[in-house]
Design a protein around this ligand. Structure first.
Ligand SMILES: Cc1cc2nc3c(=O)[nH]c(=O)nc-3n(C[C@H](O)[C@H](O)[C@H](O)COP(=O)(O)O)c2cc1C
Length: 172
């Protein structure tokens, strides 16, 4: 069976998960920017990080390459949101629906993993966004992952856990 891992990562979390999964399963991992074709694959695992509820590269990849109903598509999202936080995940899934064709959304398997974020790695734009989120959350007296980041002494959050890749392996 032909299988492929595609990753889309800005700061490395999704890429790390992709390479660890590749090491465990012997499935080749390749960046979404380097895909030439997806025709020959029976199983496609897409591991993408989440920015403002959007999975990096997903929409453009699915526009370029049509996934057939005979292909198994596994979407692995990597964000800071706790997958057990049902309210946040619900909102995320609403946004996700706009990034995936309807039939594929119904057919695909989705796994949500948690990544990492270092404030020092962020570019000016992302710092600006996070500071704004921080300020508005503070005003509303809400605690968010981003406020944790800003309050963290080392300004770093790391929820990476390779054991959670078991959830993906079980779907193969
Ligand atoms: C500007 C910005 C927006 C983000 N938005 C979300 C989000 O909507 N949901 C979420 O779960 N995580 C969000 N994150 C956290 C990233 O998804 C997380 O840090 C992830 O591990 C980054 O993956 P990467 O290192 O592969 O790029 C955001 C991070 C930044 C900097």
């Amino acid at each position: 069976m032909n299988q492929i891992i595609i990753y889309a990562s800005k700061y490395g979390s999704a890429k790390e998960y992709a390479f660890e999964l590749s090491r465990r399963t012997n499935i080749e991992a390749i960046s979404y920017k380097e895909i030439k074709t997806l025709e020959d694959y029976d199983v496609i695992i897409y591991i993408g990080s989440v920015y403002a509820s959007h999975v990096r590269g997903l929409k453009e990849t699915l526009k370029k390459f049509k996934i057939k109903s005979s292909q198994k598509f596994i979407l692995v999202t990597v964000g800071l949101t706790d997958p057990n936080d049902l309210e946040s995940m619900n909102k995320f899934y609403q946004a996700l629906k706009t990034q995936i064709p309807e039939n594929l959304f119904t057919d695909c398997k989705i796994v949500n993993l948690q990544g990492a974020l270092k404030f020092k790695d962020l570019n000016f734009f992302f710092r600006f966004i996070i500071k704004r989120v921080f300020k508005s959350a503070e005003k509303k007296n809400q605690s968010t992952e981003m406020t944790q980041l800003m309050n963290n002494e080392n300004k770093e959050i790391n929820y990476m856990d390779f054991n959670t890749l078991d959830k993906v392996e079980k779907l193969l």
